[in-house]
Structures are given as C-alpha cells and as structure tokens.
Write a protein of this length. Sequence first.
Length: 247
Amino acid sequence: MSVPVLELKDIRKSFDAVVAIENFSLDIRPGEIVALVGDNGAGKSTLIKIISGVHAPTSGTISIDGQPVAMSNATMARAHGIEVVYQDLALADQQTVYMNMFLGRELTNGLGLLDRKRMIAETEQLVRELDVRIPSAHATIRDLSGGQRQGVAIARATHWAKKIILLDEPTAALGVAETARVEEIVLSLKSRNIGVLIISHSLDQVFRLADRICVLRRGKQIGIRSTAETDKNEIVAMITGLQASGG
C-alpha cells in the first residue's frame, strides 16, 4: 500500500464555543478520489478550509506523504502541493485562459518580462492532455461556457497541485452535458497520481467518481465506505441519521 498523500488525524475545529469539526480522521492515497458528503452545515466547507490552510485546526495533525505539516495559511498549503477549486472558481473574467492558468504565479524570462510564449505553451499542453475543450489558450474567460471555465479551473489546479486537489461542488451550476465533461476531467486526474477530495451534493456523481465516501453529520464523522461496498440507501441513512428502509 502506498503512503497516503494526505492524512488527517483527530482533527477538531472550534470557533469559540461552537464545535464545527470533532475527531475527524481520513487518509487519501495517490490517484484516489474520496467524496465528502453531508447536509448543509455538516462541516464539509470547514474541513476544506482546514486542509487548504484557511483555518488552522484547534487540535489534531495533518500529514503529507507521512510527514506532519503545519498549514497556517493558504500559501503554505499550496507550497505543500495542495490546490482548491471553489464553486465560484476564482477566475479573472477579463483575462485570457493562459493568464488565468498562471494568475499570481506568472512566468518571467531573464529580463524580468512576462514569458507569454512559455505560459501559452504550458497551458495548451495541459488543456490538450486533460481534453478541456476551449477555443484556445488566448480565449478570454468571460467568453467561455460554465463547463469550459470549470475545466480551466481544474486544469489550473492540476498544473500546480503536486499532491491533492480539493473540489468544492465542481458541477453545481452546470447542465448535464457539461457535468459529464467535467467528471471526465476529474477521473483523468487519477492517472496523474493526484489525490482528490470532492464535495458533492449529488450522490449519483459521488458513486460515479469516488473510490470511497466519507460522511459528515453536524461536524461528526459518521463513517467511511468503499463505494463498491455500499449503496445510496446506506449513505443517505448515514447523512440523515434515519434508518434506511429495507427492500
């Protein structure tokens, strides 16, 4: 068995008197897709923020490749090879695809000028490898469809992520065809040995993509199931706390 790219152990997060997460443990291995599911307010977004360095855990440990790390800010998380694709994408609408790919991390040449040629070439190569169907690296973000934008956001995360990509409801605003395209891109990340943690409200999507499913309810970890060994009834029962009906 490979060493987990990410391991969370006994994570607890409280905001003053409110406990948002308690005793949460999870590991993700290279090339594995794990889904994080639960009702609104279950603590999913808080966990994403802990892994991505936005919130420090109150207690517990985070390890990357078996080594404990302190993730006190988002820059530190990125330095450890962790990238996040949020629902709002955080793309610059007026900029081109290639400039978005390197936003805040622009490549420069020996003279300190933007190395547009290299940024365009790297963008085109990755877009081709992930089969993100956009007109070109020169296209402006505002001219792209929702699915194309999501593809660019995931491609950007893939370019910079060395270990883990966190996806927060990546297809919530997309139609059926665009959702299918984005799911294909997500599945292609497995071959890059990147671990993926995906939050999704769609159990259909979870069962299509995830190797394992982790259920949260009111900040508590209810359990982790192998997708091949569970079904929607069991997961719904875990999410809601209501017994699954037989039959």
